[in-house]
Design a protein around this ligand. Sequence first.
Ligand SMILES: Cc1cc2nc3c(=O)[nH]c(=O)nc-3n(C[C@H](O)[C@H](O)[C@H](O)COP(=O)(O)OP(=O)(O)OC[C@H]3O[C@@H](n4cnc5c(N)ncnc54)[C@H](O)[C@@H]3O)c2cc1C
Ligand code: SF4
Length: 331
Amino acid sequence: MHPFALSRADDEAKAIATHAQDPHLAFIAGGTDLIGLMKDRAQLPERLLDINGLPDMARIEALPDGGLRIGALARMSDVAAHPDVRRRFPVIAEGLLSAASGQLRNMASMGGNIMQRTRCAYFRDEDDLPCNKRRPGSGCAALHGLNRNHAIFGWSDACVATNPSDVAVALAALDATVVVRGPAGERAIPFTDFHRLPGDTPERDNVLGRGDLIVSIDVPACAEGRASHYLKIRDRQSYEFALVSAAAAVAGDGPRIRSARLALGGVAHKPWRLTAAEAALRGASLADSDALRSAIATSFTDARPLADNAFKVELAQRVALRALQTAGARA
Ligand SMILES: Cc1cc2nc3c(=O)[nH]c(=O)nc-3n(C[C@H](O)[C@H](O)[C@H](O)COP(=O)(O)OP(=O)(O)OC[C@H]3O[C@@H](n4cnc5c(N)ncnc54)[C@H](O)[C@@H]3O)c2cc1C
Ligand code: SF4
């Protein structure tokens, strides 16, 4: 195991300043991703700053306008069990409960969850195969290697990895914001802008910089929240990352869709919002599967499968359709 020094933060401003000044220091919350990355030698911080003692960051609060504020240190299991989350935004609870295991969810924080790194086997491999995310400039072993689990949207020749978080897909569909405090103060980042596409710099998963601390994830009130669903397809039914997943949320006028929200997981370097499909779904009948299928297909014209994952193009459309129908049945 890579040696490291551990200290504990009790003051937010000091934690931000320390992180900003020290490029070899990482925040640690539940440690369920970071320690694994250190064991795999994919990330080798010399100093860890334990942020679990920072005040007010583990709260889950229902906001007066019907929204929700989820503290970055709230544990996945606490968020999934929270009555307001289950009632107002079942897609969040279902996304969380489909992830990892009970023990991991008890340890893992929401901030750590959306920061978790790709499960691309080359990235996690200790043999130092070419991987631009692990060693910038070394190449991408997955581009022409084993890429069954990889992206079909938004990839570049530098990286074809997918984002592994389940709840991030739900949060993208709900237009959540990530509230970050850093050296320049506080800012709110729209969830769909938080994770990056790989481009030429796949070593950067998201838009955070040195000194940036996620303090909460805010979910705005929305008409579609209650009638929502998360569907995850994976190689085995439990304790496995998504091959493809979908978050769907629907507001209806009788059987017709007034508005729909759809996002996919397991298909891109970030949660993938299906905006063209959402527009095409307006006014469609939930009972008309052919119309729903055609609307969803409008978001797949730019799908670019790799050698081993063409099946994801069809699978993702079916998963989106089923998630939409299940959400619609709750409207
Ligand atoms: C075996 C296994 C199976 C899993 N299966 C799934 C799955 O199916 N679906 C799924 O979604 N996830 C899955 N996970 C991932 C799991 O959800 C994450 O490991 C967990 O959510 C990370 O949270 P943490 O608090 O432990 O983060 P840590 O490991 O403590 O931190 C992860 C990263 O986030 C940074 N960080 C943490 N908090 C903050 C903050 N407040 N501000 C800024 N940076 C911060 C850390 O510096 C680090 O870089 C699995 C993990 C394991 C080990
Ligand atoms: S897909 Fe990305 S993470 Fe995987 S080997 Fe290529 S560069 Fe590395």
